[in-house]
Write a protein that binds this ligand. Structure first.
Ligand code: ZN
Length: 476
């Protein structure tokens, strides 16, 4: 077991005892205010329940420009099937295993409980050598970064450096992230009564994955593959589409999709099966658990999309760009621009497309969004942008990054990997509020965040904390 360092592990325990699921910020926000009061620290709780706590600079550092340490107070609440846990009223029970801590069948909240614990320790360590510190603890990061969005830009007045503590790899120093938006696409469809044998096609077992972090992995999008199947089946059998849907979240790559079609009078089911088997074999190389299931049911009468209107839906599904669109010219291996069709559903009188678009380059984000809208409009539909969040562009010069890399090397013995990610972090919003901020995003080793297997490496947490202490002393 790791020995405690400056109460870091004790503070993590204290934070874990307070319920703090996204959307239920009152208790943890109040806890942080009480902590500030008890320690005689200046604090603000704003309307979004963000808590900002300040401590003055140590001797000789009184007039240095303040440094912001930032993390989010909310956590993702997921429990294993069969585990009953009320995240609104119960704290997390901690299980220690060697250097690691996990919860008992629920998410742990190491993401981002580490930031709260580290902030509390730094705010109260009497021996710390530091410029004035401003700890910014935000609400509801996990559900749309609402706290960071609502944060008053005045918090950053006179601030040069911001250290975000919401990463999950000790050896990585993030210095940029993508911005993004959602596109809500709609194409009207007409329906008619049809009668014939019904075929249900279900596609399951694709890998799925995060539309930012895993978009470059060549994961097959279930909705687009099913669209291909319906398109190619047209040359084997005549049919009308009753229903089609796939995907659950716009920021996840769909791993399954299904469609129900009404077949025209003469069809050859053997030929349809043969085609499906071939396409399954073709995709199995990349998707080893791919499975198509066909269920043929007796004739019945139902409403289906007219062939003409479904053709317009297929046109969007097959021609809109998807996946990686461009790689970053300045950070090796970083996806610059991508698009993911996350949810598709055929409703009574319209088809709904939910896209998640990401780019670390503002101009590219706008261009891609316009292209998607053009395709939707060409099909007689519309595309509306929603939930846009800004990019944090990689800076070629960063004093904070240089100092951090140097101190990390001194404390840990090797250099951290400087990186940028193809997903959103709160730093994008801070960069928008205060473009001059020099920022890094770091964090201790965590595994399987957002799942009941989530665990936090306490030894890594202590090492990283020591690096932060060393960096603060350098920021005079
Ligand atoms: Zn987080």
């Amino acid at each position: 077991m790791v020995t405690d360092h400056k109460n870091l592990i004790e503070n993590f325990k204290a934070v874990s005892a307070v319920p703090r699921g996204s959307g239920f910020n009152e208790k943890i926000s109040g806890f942080l205010c009480d902590f500030a009061k008890e320690n005689g620290l200046e604090y603000i709780q704003d309307e979004a329940l963000n808590v900002i706590i300040k401590r003055p600079g140590s001797k000789g550092y009184e007039n240095a420009s303040p440094v912001v340490l930032q993390g989010h107070m909310d956590m993702v609440c997921v429990a294993d099937p069969g585990v009953s846990h009320n995240f609104e009223t119960e704290g997390i029970s901690l299980v220690y295993e060697g250097d690691w801590v996990r919860a008992n069948g629920t998410t742990l909240g190491g993401d981002d409980g580490f930031a709260l614990a580290a902030g509390m320790s730094l705010l109260t360590d009497k021996d710390l050598v530091t410029p004035p510190l401003i700890c910014v603890f935000t609400t509801d990061e996990e559900t749309g970064m609402d706290g960071a969005k609502a944060l008053d830009p005045k918090v950053f007045e006179g601030v040069k450096y911001l250290i975000n503590l919401d990463s999950e790899n000790e050896n990585e120093c993030l210095c940029g992230c993508a911005g993004g938006l959602r596109i809500d696409g709609r194409v009207p469809v007409a329906r008619q009564w049809v009668k014939g044998d019904i075929l249900h096609i279900s596609l399951t077992g694709l890998r799925g994955g995060h539309s930012g972090a895993e978009i470059h992995k060549g994961i097959t999008n279930a909705v687009r593959l099913l669209a291909r199947v319906l398109f190619e089946l047209k040359s084997i059998a005549g049919f009308c589409v009753v229903n089609m849907q796939g995907g659950e979240k716009d920021n996840a790559i769909p791993s399954s999709a299904e469609a129900t079609i009404v077949l025209d009078d003469c069809f050859d089911i053997a030929k349809i099966k043969e085609y499906i088997k071939n396409i399954e074999t073709k995709y199995r190389r990349a998707e080893e658990n791919i499975s198509f299931d066909l269920e043929l049911m007796d004739a019945c009468e139902t409403t289906a999309c007219t062939k003409d209107s479904f053709d317009r839906v297929l046109y969007v599904l097959l021609t809109a760009p998807n996946g990686v669109q461009a790689m970053s010219p300045s950070v090796e291996g970083l996806v610059e621009t991508s698009l993911n069709l996350g949810i598709f559903a055929l409703k009574d009188n319209e088809a709904c497309f939910n896209y998640s678009l990401r780019s670390s380059c503002i101009g590219e984000k706008e261009f891609l969004s316009q292209r998607v809208r053009l395709i939707l409009e060409n099909a007689g539909g519309t595309g509306a942008e929603k939930n846009a969040y800004p990019a944090w562009e990689y800076r070629t010069d960063s004093v904070l990054r240089d100092k951090y890399v140097a101190k990390f090397k001194e404390v840990s013995g090797f250099e951290p990997k400087v990186n940028a990610i193809h997903a959103g972090v709160e730093c994008g919003l801070f960069a928008e509020k205060c473009p001059s901020l020099d920022m890094i995003s770091i964090g201790p080793d965590m595994k399987d965040i957002h799942s009941p297997r989530e665990r936090l490496d306490l030894a890594s947490s202590v090492r990283l904390y020591k690096v932060i202490e060393a960096v603060l002393a350098e920021l005079k």
